[in-house]
Design a protein around this ligand. Sequence first.
Ligand code: TMP
Length: 254
Amino acid sequence: MHHRRRIYEGKAKIIFEGPEPGTYIQFFKDNATAFNAKKHEIIEGKGVLNNRISEYIFTQLKQLGIPTHFIRRLNMREQVIRSLEIIPLEIVVRNIAAGSFVKRFGLEEGALLPCSIIEFYYKKDELDDPMVSEEHVAAFGWASSQELEEIKALSIRINDFLSGLFLGVGIQLVDFKMEFGRLWEGEMMTVVVADEISPDSARLWDITSGRKLDKDRFRQDMGGLIEAYQEVARRLGIVNENEPLRPKGPTLVK
Ligand code: TMP
């Protein structure tokens, strides 16, 4: 299927060489993993939905003036992205207690946090992505203090924007994970948002029912993952590939 050179294969995506210099192709797989791939399943259609949802979110971020690696979507499962030097950190922003945060601090799932909290994890599968402090980041040289300040400022802006975006369609942004990279243009370096933002990497709850519309449905064996991701896409107004792009207008009754 692919004639392009494979650069890297992760748990949910594959990176191929891109059509132009300085670009890659990001391919979204249907693989769902949790607990560092100890739990694994193929969920048909997940990659297609994440490709569309992430495209939508990254396009919105661009309109806000936030630099991302996204260039354009190629097809159902692929997008063209800028090649970056990935900063080996996973940045998690939390608004409501859930997941590992609940376990770590003995909180009730769903507790509203007094303010948004940013956490850093060192991206290293062999070590199960340990949580690290800013001191670790500086000491090991994973990012400079200037880069870290930029990452934190961008993270808060993105969280504020996405919280509002999802609230507008009746969804609570509980928490989400981001990755950043360095984009070099000559001597100039910009910190840009990379990877994906999708229901795989965020917790999204329906505001009225509390229904989980994210990968926790897989992590917690709840079922209905595709239906939940479709619901997110539908509410964001993302049209399915096999649906007409524009609904037929009203027809004149004679
Ligand atoms: P956590 O509560 O398990 O630490 O997850 C926090 C957020 O980060 C949640 O929205 C899911 C996302 N996440 C990933 O995208 N990848 C990961 O490997 C992990 C552990 C979490």
